[in-house]
Every structure is written in C-alpha cells, then in structure tokens.
Design a protein around this ligand. Structure first.
Ligand code: ATP
Length: 242
C-alpha cells in the first residue's frame, strides 16, 4: 500500500527564454500540498503549462523538489539513499506524453525488456511470459506479440505502452496525456481499461485535457493554474475550482 504526500512542494526551472532582467526561474509548480491514497483515481487537469507534467514527475520521483517534501508512506523520498532508490521505482508504472516503445522491437520484446530491467523479481522466464500474456490480454492485445510499433494505430500503441507499464505489477500508474490525438472510441477503450485496473486496486493518476471524459467519469479532479492547486474535488468536473 502506498500513500503519496506532497508537502509545500515547489519545483523551478532555469528560464532559458530569459532576456535582460527577466525572471531567472520558471515556475514548474509552487507550494503544492496533496495526498493521494492507494487505490484512488485522480485526474490532474489544467491548461498547457499549468504544471501537470511537473507534478507527475515529482510524484513518481523523476523530478526532485526544490522546496518541500515528497513522502511515500510517510518516508521522505529525498532521504532514501541512492542505493535504496530502486525500492521506489517498482512502485510506479509510467506512460509519458511522448511515444516510447522501441521501434525495432516487437510488442513482446518491448514488454520483456521492461520486465527484465524492472525490479519485480520473476521466478522464471515462464512466469515472465505468463505475465506478458496476462497484461496483453488486459489491454485487448492478445496474440499480437509479434507486431511492431509501426504496425499499430495510435490507440493500439497507447494500450501496449499501458501493458508495458503494468508488466511489473506497480501499485501506482502515472499517465501523462495518454489520450491525446486519439479518436473517441480509443479514448473510451482506454478509460474503461483504466477503470478496470483501478477497480483491482491500482492507483491511477492521470494528467489530461479530455474534459468531456473527465466530466462523465466523475472522479477526483485536481486543477492546476500557474503551478498551483486551485481545485481538488472528489467526484469533480473538469475545471472545478474550490
Ligand atoms: N525542462 C524545462 N525547462 C524549462 N521550463 C520548463 C521545463 N519543463 C517545464 N517547464 C515550464 O514549467 C511550466 C510547467 O510545465 P509543465 O510541462 O509541467 O506543464 P503542463 O501542464 O504539463 O503543460 P502541457 O499540458 O503543455 O504538457 C511551464 O511554464 C513550462 O514552460
């Protein structure tokens, strides 16, 4: 079980566009206080540049806060010694905004690579392949092990990335804009899939612009504006601010 807590967390970037006496730093997020319990389904919303990707990076440990603390089950992740960081990585299954399957590898090769470098210990190659079959079945991709990324639609590609994120059975999924550029049917398929994964106990944290779907799903909605949380509403709607 993993509870994520952010206490007064800020993240700044060096401002590359600075000219003359402008700001030296760009705000990624500022003074974020947020707790997400195991098994929650949370949408992170906000306009472009509001800080969604930064927040997801801080949650999954990809980014380090400049101020404040990120706690996992009460343990400050900054205090975890480098050689113990590998304990954090298996907690998160990530799907990034960019497409990240390896083009020259089949679906099976992509997923097995993630299983081998992931820190979940499979007892045997057989167990790993059984897990591969299971996650491909879950995303509706049974029997497609030999396909290459170029042979897939964007929606199928996203499902395979989800399967890859799930192969090591992480308790938390962190998803950044994974339904961008998908047609309605594919978006629905992914939301149904995520609902099912969440029903089985996995925390789902998802940055999205898909307002229509957020409004239908009625889950917790965290709204960011200029790097700050302006809304955090259970069974919320897109753009709810409190
Ligand atoms: N690597 C970086 N270097 C400099 N500034 C950055 C960097 N990454 C993000 N920023 C800035 O931090 C702010 C928040 O960016 P972030 O990508 O987290 O927003 P976002 O809500 O995910 O946006 P989008 O919906 O466009 O993906 C923006 O002003 C952005 O320009």
């Amino acid at each position: 079980m993993s509870t994520i807590t952010l206490e007064n967390v800020s993240k700044y970037y060096k401002n590359k566009r600075r000219s003359g006496a402008g700001n030296r730093y760009e705000v990624g997020v500022e003074n974020i206080n947020l707790t997400i319990g195991q098994g929650e389904f949370v949408f992170i919303t906000g306009s472009s540049g509001a800080g969604k990707s930064t927040l997801l990076g801080l949650i999954s440990g990809r980014l380090k806060p400049d101020r404040g603390r990120v706690l996992l089950d009460g343990v400050n992740t900054a205090r975890i010694l480098p050689w113990h960081r590998e304990r954090i990585a298996p907690l998160f299954g990530n799907v990034a905004q960019e497409h990240t399957l390896i083009r020259k590898m089949t679906v099976e090769e992509n997923l097995l690579l993630a299983a081998r470098v992931g820190r979940r210990r499979f007892e045997s190659e057989k167990e790993m392949k059984e897990r591969l079959k299971k996650v491909l079945g879950l995303v509706g991709f049974s029997g497609m092990e030999r396909r290459y990324p170029v042979e897939m639609s964007v929606g199928e590609y996203r499902c395979v990335e989800l399967a890859r994120a799930l192969i090591n059975s992480p308790p938390i999924l962190v998803l950044d804009e994974i339904t961008a550029n998908l047609d309605d049917d594919s978006i629905w398929d992914i939301f149904h899939l995520l609902t099912e994964i969440n029903r089985r106990g996995t925390t789902v944290i998802m940055a999205t612009h898909a307002s229509r779907y957020v409004n239908i799903m009625r889950r917790r909605v965290v709204t960011l504006v200029d790097g700050q949380i302006l809304g955090d509403v259970q069974k919320g709607k897109y753009g709810d601010v409190i």
